[in-house]
Design a protein. Sequence first.
Length: 335
Amino acid sequence: KLEHVSVNVDRPYVGVMQLCQQVRQYLETWQVPSLVQPETSTSLVTSECSSQTHAGLDRKLWHVALYAMTVNASNSIVNRCILEPVMKLSSDSLPNMKALQDAAGKFLDKWHWPGGSKDDDLYSQIQESFHFAYKAVCYFAEGYSFTARGLHRSALPVFVNTCAINNTLISRGDEWAIDCTLFDMYLLDSLKAVNQEALLLFQSVELVEHNEAIRLVDELLVPIVGLLSRSTINMFQDTCEAVRNSWFELLGSDLPGFVVERLQDVLSKFIDSPQDSIYDTDPRKFPPVTTRTPSQLNQIWVRAATDKNLIPRSSLSPQEMNPSNDISSHPHDIL
């Protein structure tokens, strides 16, 4: 789309405005290809967050300028969201890219905000929020790759961080966040899986397995149940209550003596869940995860939604059903 943008580096304003106009026109008319028919495109699960289709990755994550359009940013903010990524592209990616970058650079050097500091603040918030939203989906992709291999212990804290990042955006308004239905479903499924594993290990007569159960309780179950219990989302509260009850039900079981003694200690931990979570809630402090391209994230999102029956398998093409590349092994740049 940029190959036909003519640029006069001595008059960068003309070329840059043409560049922004071309990109804006493309972004405003471009749609992520729908993977489901309109009558089945809405989520089959009602989320307490924003309701968006699960047909593919949220459209606004394909480009920061689309994200800016979603929050109704001014033209000047959207234009800067277009120009700055252009400066980061390889100068030989298009025959005229060097000229485009020279013009954009001159233009950005003389940039001023029509709305003053208000525009500047909103631009900074858009950049940070887009980074958070993209990071949340990268975290989700990482967690999903763990669950696909049955590694729920590894997936659980990753999903907790995913939801924490998105909750930061939800606090700014639904238009800033990503639909949280998939995030919540996979978080709770991993919590249930880890809890079931811990229950089985706890009842073992092997001391090594029993100690491993205690570790899972201390490092994952108790802090995460305590964290989710403070949520106002009903399915979080219901799942946490079910986890607690599953441990209290062991009181009537025929358990070895040393297991009974330690059960009382475990139950007291669930009753007195820590008020301060061991999980950080500031996305800036979260550890990095593998960064994937929008296309790879879209592939994972579609597969994850299909696994939860949010997208009918009959609506997917053979390529979408059996992608050629392994979603769990893409070593891209770190966020």
